[in-house]
Design a protein around this ligand. Structure first.
Ligand SMILES: *[C@@H]1O[C@H](CO)[C@@H](O)[C@H](O)[C@H]1NC(C)=O
Ligand SMILES: *[C@@H]1O[C@H](CO)[C@@H](O)[C@H](O)[C@H]1NC(C)=O
Ligand SMILES: *[C@@H]1O[C@H](CO)[C@@H](O)[C@H](O)[C@H]1NC(C)=O
Length: 444
């Protein structure tokens, strides 16, 4: 783990279990002060203009070329237009300081900002006000979801991304693809109220994602395959799709993932594991301290997920998954109960533990728990390990004890929709009831 001065205190207080899913240090190797002292490349000196009209793409690429070996590229405060995208591939020990706001004006697909094949990297805003406004509504209002993702990191090692805001991506907001030893924190992501506009998708190794808010209608912070040693904490899905593992296909390889302190409001689910056929495994995962309110599904393992077509294979093998301390309420527990564990008949789940889960319905006075081909302990899970079994459902008509849970003051009352501009938010001061961010929010 990166030990910056302000984190030292926090680390000393952390129980070791919090850190156990990481396999080693995360974050850049060189301080940004050292990078800035070595060389600073201000985009304004490379042709950029903070006039919300001049294309930032070429000046940003030029500033990067001059600073990519050990320096800091600076986009100072001000409003910039981005018409062409940048692929910043290579270099090392560099930083990108985004204090301005970048407005998408171009219409290409791909990635507005692609950072690849680099080591010791940091993307940050020194003020907490740096943002990319994707203006996705201009495209979504036409009924289309084609268009750019905002930010993609590929094969980046020893890095951090923090204190920046991503808004209204035409497609996904932030993907971490095949990265190692990374830290992502203090971020607000706000997208349209539509599927396909994912918040954070990660398929990587040894990554700590914490203190992040996502508003959209698809993935909040989702782990895809292959992934190992991923710690995800203090996540606020503020009217989103919710978090997930998946969707999972052939040769899935996900292990040592720990979600902790996840607050989910008016989302599709609190946590979903989604597949339909496929092969490989998901193992050694903990989902701890989840609070939900107003969600459609809560704990939802669905290995017959109807939104994906069936993939060849007996099913992804799920084993040693622990769900503990889940509280709150779901939208309608008779329609979609708080516990649904539907495993593949061809690869029944083993060693699933659901403990200290108490949730109750917001509509009516009953809710269901349902399981299929799932083994372990808690609710409708069958003991042992054996062959497939058909879905079993139990219905309860009394609220469990101690289901009530805190709400966040900032819960989004009305979704942003997809046809009008989405305002750029400030980074919230908390992402989970009672939890303070590990690192101070920049500029606060
Ligand atoms: C990343 O940092 C570690 C030290 O924490 C170092 O051993 C490793 O070589 C670095 N990775 C790369 C690709 O340079
Ligand atoms: C189950 O997963 C947890 C969390 O990763 C891990 O600590 C534990 O050792 C695993 N248990 C087994 C039997 O592998
Ligand atoms: C959740 O979204 C609403 C609507 O934008 C916003 O007012 C609120 O601040 C968000 N929550 C947080 C913690 O930022």
């Amino acid at each position: 783990m990166r030990l910056s001065p302000f984190l030292l205190g926090a680390v000393a207080l952390l129980p070791t279990t919090v850190l156990c899913q990481l396999s080693g240090k995360v974050g850049p190797l060189t301080t940004r002060a050292a990078k800035t002292a070595k060389k600073t490349c201000n985009v304004l000196n490379y042709g950029a203009k903070a006039d919300k009209a001049t294309d930032l793409g070429p000046p940003l690429a030029a500033a990067w070329a001059a600073c990519k070996t050990g320096g800091t590229v600076v986009i100072p405060s001000g409003n910039y237009a981005m018409k062409t995208w940048v692929t910043l591939k290579g270099g090392s020990a560099w930083a990108l300081q985004l204090d301005g706001v970048i407005y998408r004006t171009g219409t290409d697909g791909g990635n507005m900002i692609f950072i690849g094949a680099t080591d010791d990297f940091e993307l940050f805003s020194s003020t907490g006000k740096g943002a990319v406004q994707g203006n996705g509504y201009e495209i979504h209002a036409q009924g289309s979801r084609s268009g750019a993702r905002i930010l993609r990191l590929n094969k980046v090692t020893n890095f951090s991304v923090h204190d920046v805001v991503l808004v209204d991506a035409p497609a996904f907001h932030f993907s971490l693809d095949t990265c190692t030893n990374g830290e992502v924190y203090n971020m607000a992501i706000r997208g349209g109220d539509w599927g396909g506009l994912d918040g954070i998708d990660v398929w990587s190794n040894n990554i700590w994602i914490h203190d992040v808010m996502v508003t959209n209608k698809d993935e909040c912070v989702t782990v895809k395959s292959p992934s190992k040693n991923i710690l995800i904490e203090n996540i606020y899905c503020n009217s989103s799709g919710g978090c997930a593992l998946g969707s999972l296909g052939a040769d899935t390889a996900i292990s040592q993932v720990h979600y902790k302190n996840v607050y989910t409001w008016k989302s599709n689910q609190m946590m979903m594991i989604k597949s339909n056929g496929g092969s490989g495994y998901v193992e050694d995962v903990v989902f701890e301290n989840f609070i939900g309110h107003g969600n459609a599904y809560s704990l939802d393992v669905d290995q017959y997920w109807s939104s994906m077509s069936t993939i060849a294979g007996n099913g992804v093998q799920l084993s040693n998954l622990t769900f503990k301390n889940w509280k709150g309420t779901e939208a309608n527990g008779a329609q979609r109960g708080p516990v649904k564990v539907f495993c593949a008949d061809g690869a029944p789940c083993t060693d699933i533990t659901i403990t200290d889960l108490a949730m109750w319905t917001e509509t009516g006075s009953k809710q269901t728990y349902s399981c299929r081909s799932a083994y372990g302990s808690g609710f409708c899970l069958k003991a042992g390990t054996s062959k497939s079994y058909a879905a079993i459902t139990s219905t309860v008509t009394a609220a469990p004890a101690k289901y009530s849970a805190a709400t966040m003051a900032g819960d989004l009352k009305t979704a942003f929709g997809t046809t009008v501009s989405i305002p750029i938010p400030t980074i919230p001061v908390s992402f989970y009831p009672g939890a303070t961010p590990y690192s101070k929010i920049a500029g606060s």
